[in-house]
Design a protein around this ligand. Structure first.
Ligand code: CTP
Length: 449
């Protein structure tokens, strides 16, 4: 008996898939089909798969061509599968020509001509309207956003707006965008959604204007520095059937999602303490070092550690802050949060450098996430007996902005208003903590050194 194996995602099954399955089956007596698992697709950077694993397995089953269906969970699994299932022939489409020659050591490798003019990607694009996106602001983060957007299907960046017309023009030329303007209203007339990457103090007005027109908003963090403004934006979004999410890349990245799941799964017992640090020494001439009430390490950096703490422990019951100020700018701050049964500390600095790690301590063990934990790629669950430790690894592609954008586009296309990966509640609690830091500063109840 001759056994043949082939692999694929089989999302929105189409005639290209059926053709290859038929031809693969004709090469032997038994056909095994490997369908990619969801985590594996995320880990290999495929962010746009639409159907669940269960549905994609059903798709393959319904063709009546597969004698056995297996799930492909990790890179390199094919080597074990070929041996385990005593495969004679491995088949894949010609788009992968040469890529699986390494399997020749174990079986025959056949590349079959790909069916022309059809792919899951095309079907996904045809099914949904392409979301036209405008970028607001031309600073460092906006520049990193454009290359990242190329990895997300279903959207197209059409224009840019900046308070300075010449900056918008330069940005549009650099990234080949059709529209550049200093007139925000004009940008809003030409897009379905905006990515707001302006200085913090402009977020509220710009997000509000967009949402009032039903234009969806992906807003840099923190969306607002006050809870009342943030709540107002969520209300405007709801009234106008628009999406607004906070661009905290960490929350949407597969490694961080897995980290939260593991930490809360009971494996380390009850979580009693979280400590997370993020420092970035800043040039004294940059926006975040300016004393206009919006600079400082808490405004600039604390969203990351506070998001992690809130995702793990929720809303705190008390807060105590310590900060080192220089010219009224907090150069280094520690935010201590108290919970009924746990404590947490977020440590941020623009003028003090420290180790960017996170530890989550529990009654049975702890999770150690090395720097840069906010680009979560690896973490270790550690116990009293090191023999029980285990390490976890996940891919974090590029700058990671692709994860937040992929989620944003997905929400818009599927008519959803809120992301479970970074809920409105999470944004509100984090903003409350930042707000409290500023209030303690005004009331001079902050501990300074
Ligand atoms: N395939 C094919 N002809 C097509 C599309 C896919 O022969 N027009 C083959 C691929 O070469 C692969 C298998 O079908 O061997 C499964 O491919 P998959 O990645 O699931 O399909 P795509 O349509 O290429 O998906 P995507 O657009 O998401 O990359």
């Amino acid at each position: 008996m001759k056994t043949v194996v082939t692999y694929g995602t089989f999302d929105l099954i189409h005639k290209g898939h059926i053709n290859i399955l038929k031809r693969a089956k004709a090469l032997g007596d038994k056909l095994i089909v490997g369908v990619t698992g969801e985590q594996y697709d995320l880990d290999r950077g495929k962010l746009n798969v639409e159907e669940s694993l269960e549905q994609r397995i059903e798709n393959v089953k319904d063709t009546g061509l597969a004698d056995q269906i297996i799930v492909e969970n990790y890179q390199g699994q094919k080597i074990s599968d070929v041996q385990k299932y005593e495969v004679d022939t491995f088949v894949i489409g010609s788009d992968w020509l040469g890529r699986f020659d390494y399997l020749k050591e174990y079986c025959e490798v056949v590349y079959l001509e790909r069916t022309k003019d059809i792919s899951s990607t095309e079907l996904r694009n045809a099914k949904h309207k392409i979301i036209s996106l405008g970028v607001v602001g031309t600073g460092r983060i906006a520049q990193r956003f454009i290359p990242e957007s190329k990895f997300v299907s279903g959207c197209q960046i059409v224009g840019v707006c900046s308070a300075k017309a010449e900056n918008a023009k330069r940005f549009a030329e650099q990234y080949e965008l059709h529209l550049h303007t200093d007139n925000y209203e004009l940008l809003l007339e030409n897009v379905d959604a905006v990515y707001i990457a302006t200085p913090h103090q402009m977020h509220f007005e710009m997000a509000k204007k967009a949402l009032e027109k039903g234009i969806h908003v992906l807003c840099e963090k923190p969306i607002c520095l006050s809870v009342s403004e943030l709540n107002a934006l969520f209300q405007v979004a709801e009234a106008n059937q628009a999406v607004i999410i906070e661009a905290v890349k960490t929350s949407y990245a597969p490694g961080f999602i897995r980290l939260v799941e593991i930490a809360k799964s009971g494996i380390i017992g009850n979580i009693k303490s979280v400590e997370a640090c993020f420092t970035k020494l800043a040039d004294p001439n940059t926006r975040e070092m300016k004393n206009n009430g919006f600079g400082g390490s808490v405004n600039e950096l604390s969203t990351y550690p506070l998001t992690a703490i809130v995702q793990l422990l929720g809303k705190p019951i008390a807060q105590r802050n310590e900060a080192y100020f220089k010219d009224s700018i907090d150069m280094f701050s520690r935010i201590h949060l108290q919970y009924k049964h746990a404590v947490a500390t977020a440590k941020v600095g623009l003028g003090v450098k420290s180790e960017g790690m996170m530890t989550i301590s529990g009654t049975k063990g702890y999770v150690y996430v090395p720097a840069p934990w906010w680009k979560t790629q690896e973490f270790e669950v550690r116990f009293e007996n090191p023999a029980n430790n285990s390490k976890y690894f996940h891919k974090f592609y590029g700058d990671g902005l692709r994860y937040e954008l992929a989620e944003f586009i997905d929400l818009i296309q599927n008519g959803q208003k809120e992301s479970w990966k970074h809920s409105q509640k999470t944004s509100i609690i984090v903003t409350e903590i930042i707000d409290t830091f500023h209030k303690q500063k005004e009331q001079q109840t902050i501990i300074t050194f």
